[in-house]
Design a protein around this ligand. Structure first.
Ligand code: COA
Length: 376
């Protein structure tokens, strides 16, 4: 008798760019840019036509966000005050794209850990905040490079892309449309960050993660059963990026700040914390899980203060690093990959039967919760 398919997480993979920028290096570059801008515009500033730019500070960054460093794919041009953006040689159509390259590296690790051959994977989702091009889909290029037969497509739900991808994959498994699905999240967030904006220049970092979602019947003995998932979106302009293919119709918009990441950080903090905490508590109850008994929370990595508050509301006490691990300090905000990095790095030590939660939240607003239990 064939069993009803049950989705599980068989394995995860991570690619971390070798280069990293410390807060000290970042602030040094930013403040040299500020000094140069203010010197170049001394007359306009003196006449009151424009305001002088204010310097950034490492103390502020660490206190306000918990971030100490971030990995990036191209450090030099980001710190060069003439560029302050990631730059690399444009690749030809026959070469592997930048996003596909790091996505493939993370995917290979996940496949290897699960002992899975690419031929046995049915689908690839490239779930990320930004896509390198509109088409062909990044996911299809990753599929091709790995040698996977089946189907692939891109999806974007900003910081919640990976968890939305996990639910999508789990639904394919449940419905019998696929038995093995790779959810790949190459997040080159350095490309959408305005490195000249004091309020946000410290936030993001680059990384790629992969999650292999499969039917329990074919999964390795040790895996994470997906007990339930919940997705939620509520429209908000408080995190926005107006970059898009229709902008090209307006020649004067290139480099305009609204074509990069912009946010009302305080509002995001205030509105998202209660929304996410409530969602977790309600959904846990719906799945018959006692929220305060969750062994570990792998939360979205945007701000240490937000995670402290959410974890406290869910667990009923101040969470320890063991209960709610942080990767934000060395990775910065890696958009949808953040909670997956936390899961990837901090799940081996849990015991069979332990339950936990992978949870993302961000632009949209969007939030995704994936409740899991360790098996094997
Ligand atoms: N260096 C020094 N001072 C800075 C600074 C910097 N880089 N950036 C801002 N400041 C100053 C501001 O000018 C302000 O000064 P004022 O009080 O004299 O006006 C003060 O610090 C507070 O600024 P504010 O923007 O209100 O800081 P904050 O405490 O809200 O922290 C964030 C900013 C972005 C770290 C925080 O709001 C946050 O993380 N929010 C959630 C963001 C999030 O999750 N976004 C999702 C992204 S996908």
């Amino acid at each position: 008798m064939t069993q009803t398919p049950r989705p599980v997480i068989s394995a995860t993979g991570l690619f971390t760019p070798p280069e990293s920028i410390s807060n000290e290096e970042l602030v040094d570059s930013f403040n040299r840019y500020v000094a140069s801008f203010n010197a170049d515009n001394a007359d306009r500033i003196a006449s009151g036509e424009i305001e002088a730019l204010q310097p950034s500070s490492t103390e502020f960054i660490e206190k306000a966000s918990g971030i100490k460093a971030r990995h990036v794919i191209a450090k030099k041009p980001i710190l060069d005050i003439e560029t302050m953006a990631p730059r690399w040689d444009e690749r030809g159509d026959e070469e592997l794209s930048q996003m596909a390259e790091i996505g493939v590296a993370a995917a290979r690790e996940a496949l290897e850990k699960a002992g899975r051959s690419p031929e046995d994977v049915d689908a690839v989702l490239c779930a990320a905040s930004n896509m390198e091009r509109p088409y062909p889909a990044m996911a299809i290029e990753i599929q091709q490079e790995l040698g996977i037969d089946g189907f692939a497509f891109d999806m974007n739900v900003a910081c919640s892309s990976a968890t939305f991808g996990i639910q999508t994959a789990a639904d394919y498994v449940r419905s019998g449309n696929a038995r093995s699905v790779l959810v790949v999240s190459p997040e080159i967030t350095s490309g959408h960050l305005n490195w000249r904006d004091r309020d946000s220049h410290f936030i993001f970092g680059d990384v790629a993660t992969a999650v292999l979602v499969e039917d329990a019947a074919i999964a390795p003995a040790q895996h994470w059963e997906i007990l339930g998932t919940k997705l939620k979106t509520v429209f908000s302009n408080n995190i926005r990026n107006n970059f898009g293919f229709l902008n090209r119709a307006h020649p004067d918009t290139s480099g305009a700040p609204d074509k990069l990441f912009v946010q009302e950080g305080r509002k995001v903090f205030k509105e998202v914390v209660p929304m996410v905490a409530q969602m977790i508590v309600d959904e846990a109850e719906g799945f018959g899980i006692e929220a305060d008994k969750l062994r570990r929370l792998w939360l979205h990595q945007a701000n240490a203060g937000m995670n402290r508050l959410i974890a406290q509301r869910v667990l009923g006490h101040e969470a320890s690093e063991d209960e709610s691990p942080t990767v934000l300090d060395t990775y910065g905000n890696t958009s949808s990959a953040g909670s997956i990095i936390a899961f990837h790095k901090h799940n081996d030590d849990l015991a069979p039967g332990d339950t936990g939660l992978i949870c993302s939240f961000g632009a949209g607003y969007s939030a995704g919760a994936v409740f899991v239990r360790k098996v094997g």
